[in-house]
Structures are given as structure tokens and as C-alpha cells.
Write a new protein. Structure first.
Length: 462
């Protein structure tokens, strides 16, 4: 069969009230590339459309999908992404109603029947699909019964039926390496129309899930257990990536430095092999900061690291069950800066216990750190997260609400939704329009002769 896999995206993100920036092609979607490998191993022909990497509209999507026997699409809960995936499914259904549409991904897993109805889909995969996708294709071809495939919802006539839940994949080392060639047509490493990551870029994961239990995070809804790949399995894939001609690798783990000894061993491996690869770390905890480890990261080719700092207030961090301190954040960011990494951090504004004093303190704390970039988010009550569960029990959130902005009117914050968005906008402005920050960033750019980060920053605000 000829199968099309779609990664939907509106290609824009709102960073403040009515202020949007372009997402562009930053990193590939590994989920689709894993599925692609499984399908190719069963002699199916696979193509991928990444809507972050190319502009998709009503006219060109019709021409792209007409020659396929089945279509798969990832569904996300973020409102603008969910709206876009619905629009895509409407185009598919209105023009090619007989092509089987398979949906999966985070939103489909938590609201399978609703997602099928909203997207007029034929099959919905709940959870990890690598070892079920070929069974689904066999069922489409009449070689297998849908009722025998665990963890799916499917249409039988006008009815939607479902099977028993599928178990989480216990040994992720058994999953074949992703088919990266499927997105060779795209150039990644872009953000806000600026090439930030150099050369040929790919993404990479060494784990699934996270061993920590932060109160605002929904990761355990999708990945109840933290699973890791072996050093041998990871090093084999890194060697494959190097042989495929990649220049930069983005580690997209939810907590890449969770196993520091393994990371040190991997850095020793890439140093010994002299791959010449450059690495970006998207998610790291500040309590993982260690001088010996960070020196290994530097020598192994790490260029950038992003920390989840979240707050400058200890009581807010305790409320989030973050199990870190502001002092640890200060140490981690300064150590990262000393290593020469492009250092960024996430901050969350709007915990129910937070006053304006808390928010101002977080902004001052962020400004005091030698950060090259920050992201100020307002708290979101995400389906299945501990704070979402608590709010549901208290009757503040309904069970069918999956993405809830905090608001004093609902008892979810001490501020209105608009006030929190304004605080986030104010935080960004105070951080970026800071003479010390501008001087530091310009000095780094002059030293490295790389002005891409300055270009990206200017495109956000001008």
C-alpha cells in the first residue's frame, strides 16, 4: 500500500495577546518516522507531509493526497493545532471520502471517540502505535479483523467500536530506528524564519517518559512509565545518523539528563568516534547540572541547552512538586553559560498560589541569570496532569475539558486569563529589552560571528 503520514501544524504560536510568531521547521516529528520504518519493513510505500516545513492549504493538500491508499495523521490538543487537524480532515473527507483515515497521537489517545467524530476518521490508535500500525493496514486490506487489534477504536458501519487497551511498549530498544530519509526533502533547524541549528538537522530520543512528577505535567497520562534505551542501542543509532550525513542532532527527550552516567558515556563515544556532530538539548532539569558532566557535553559537541526553571519562588516550585531550588537553577544556568552553551529557560506564570509579588520575583530572577533566551508561559491545566485532576475533583474543570487556561473566575488562579497573558508579555519585554541582556547577546554574537539569534529576536518584536 501507499501510505501518507501527516504532521499537522498551524505553523504559528501565540507568544502574547494577539502576537504570533512563525514556528517553521525546527525539528522532525520522530513519531511519524518510527511508524514509517515499521511500514517500510512490511514493504509499504510511505510519504510524510510536515506542515511545519511546508505551507499546506486547501488547494495543494488535495493534489498531494489523491494517489494514496491510506492516510495517517497525528492529533494534538493545543487549540490551534486541533483546529488545523480538523480542517485538514475535512478537506480529505470532502474530496476523497473513501481513503481510510487513521488518527493517533496525544489528543486521540485521551479522547479517542470524540477525535474520530471530530476528524471523521475510520481508525483511532490509542498510545504507541509502532507495533500495531501494520496490523491496522492488514485489517484495512481485509487480512485481519480490527477487533483483534488492541488499543484501537474503529468504525463498523455507522457504529464506533473499540478493543481492549494496548500495553505500553516495555522494551523500547526493540523499536527499529526511524526512517529519517522520509523527510530528506525538508530543511530543519529554523525558528521564526531564521536558521538557528546549523547544517542538516535531525531529532533523537534516548528515553520515553520522565521519572519526575511535576504537578502541571501530563506526560504520565501518555507514558505512565519511564523507559530508557541501552547505551549500545543509542550509540548504534548515533553512528547511523553520522553516516547519513547529519550535522546537528536535537535530543528531544522529556528529560535528557535523567541518567547522567549514560549521557557521559555517550559523550565519550562521540568524542572517540570524532563524528563532528553538534547537539542541542531541548529539555533538562537544573538539578542535573554537574561540572564534569557539562564539560563532557561541551567536549562532545553540545551547543545549546534548555532548562525548566519555571519560577524564582521556592513556594511556587514546591507547589509544582518540581523538587528543585532557585539556587540550583542559578548554578545550572551559570555553569551552562561558562561552558559556552546557548542557554535558554522556561518559566511558568499563574500558579493558583501566585500573587503579583511572586510573578515580579520570577521576572527579576530571570533577568538576573545569564540566559540567552527565555520562554514565559502561562500555566495550562492539561488533561490528566495532577493539577487538572485536582481541579476536576473540586468541580472547577469538567472531565471533557483538556486544555484549560487559569482564571480567577473559575478559582484556578488569582488573576484573569487576560491579566496572566499580559504578565507573560510584560515578562518577555522586561527580559529582552534589558541593556545587560542585549550587551551579553551582542558580545556572544561578535565572538562566535553568529548573528542568527539576534535576527530571530528582532523578528519576534519588530
Amino acid at each position: 500500500m501507499k501510505i501518507l503520514l501527516i504532521y499537522p501544524s498551524s505553523r504559528h504560536i501565540e507568544i502574547a495577546i494577539n502576537k504570533y510568531v512563525t514556528l517553521d521547521a525546527f525539528t522532525p516529528s520522530l513519531g511519524l518516522l518510527y511508524l514509517g520504518k515499521m511500514l517500510e519493513q512490511h514493504d509499504h510505500t510511505v510519504e510524510v507531509i510536515d506542515c511545519n516545513a511546508e505551507e499546506i492549504n486547501k488547494d495543494n493538500i488535495k493534489s498531494k493526497i489523491k494517489s494514496f491508499d491510506a492516510i495517517g495523521m497525528t492529533i494534538y490538543s493545543k487549540p490551534e493545532e486541533l483546529l488545523f487537524s480538523k480542517q485538514l480532515s475535512n478537506i480529505i473527507r470532502n474530496n476523497y471520502p473513501d481513503i481510510p483515515l487513521i488518527i493517533g497521537g496525544p489528543h486521540s489517545s485521551i479522547f479517542p471517540e470524540g477525535s474520530m467524530i471530530d476528524h471523521n476518521a475510520d481508525i483511532c490508535v490509542c498510545g504507541e502505535g509502532e507495533f500495531r500500525i501494520n496490523h491496522i493496514v492488514d485489517a484495512i486490506n481485509g487480512k485481519k479483523k480490527f477487533s483483534k487489534i488492541p488499543g484501537i477504536y474503529y468504525k463498523e458501519g455507522k457504529k464506533i467500536k473499540h478493543t481492549k487497551p494496548a500495553e505500553q511498549i516495555k522494551d523500547i530498544n526493540k523499536i527499529p530506528f526511524p526512517s529519517r530519509h522520509l523527510i530528506d526533502k525538508y530543511d530543519y533547524g529554523y525558528l521564526i524564519k531564521t536558521k538557528l541549528i546549523k547544517g542538516k538537522v535531525t531529532s533523537f530520543i534516548t528515553t520515553r517518559g520522565c521519572p519526575h512528577r511535576c504537578r502541571y505535567c501530563q506526560i504520565h497520562t501518555h507514558f505512565p512509565y519511564f523507559r530508557t534505551r541501552t547505551y549500545e542501542n543509542i550509540s548504534q543509532e548515533l553512528e547511523e545518523v553520522a553516516n547519513q550525513g547529519y550535522d546537528s542532532v536535537v535530543f528531544s527527550d522529556d528529560n535528557f539528563l535523567a541518567q547522567k552516567k549514560k549521557v557521559e558515556k555517550l559523550m565519550d563515544f562521540v568524542i572517540k568516534k570524532e563524528f563532528g556532530l553538534k547537539f542541542w538539548i531541548i529539555n533538562a532539569r537544573v538539578d542535573s547540572a554537574d561540572k564534569n558532566l557539562f564539560e563532557k557535553l561541551r567536549d562532545g559537541g553540545v551547543e545549546a541547552i534548555n532548562f525548566g526553571v519555571e519560577s524564582g519562588n521556592q513556594d511556587t516550585l514546591d507547589y509544582y512538586n518540581k523538587t528543585i531550588t532557585p539556587d540550583q537553577a542559578c548554578y545550572a544556568v551559570n555553569l551552562s553559560d561558562d561552558m559556552g552553551f546557548f542557554t535558554s529557560a522556561n518559566f511558568i506564570i499563574g500558579a493558583p498560589i501566585e500573587t503579583k509579588g511572586h510573578i515580579d520575583k520570577t521576572i527579576r530572577f530571570a533577568r538576573s541569570l545569564p540566559l540567552d533566551n527565555t520562554f514565559f508561559y502561562t500555566l495550562i491545566y492539561l488533561y490528566g496532569s495532577p493539577i487538572w485532576n485536582e481541579a476536576v475533583k473540586e468541580g472547577k474543570i469538567q472531565k471533557d475539558e483538556f486544555w484549560v487556561n487559569p482564571d480567577v473566575k473559575r478559582g484556578l488562579s488569582q488573576f484573569t486569563e487576560e491579566e496572566l497573558q499580559n504578565f507573560a508579555k510584560k515578562a518577555s519585554n522586561r527580559f529582552y529589552f534589558n541593556p545587560r541582556y542585549l550587551y551579553r547577546l551582542l558580545s556572544k554574537a561578535m565572538k562566535s560571528k553568529d548573528f542568527s539569534y539576534i535576527k530571530a529576536g528582532l523578528r519576534i518584536y519588530f
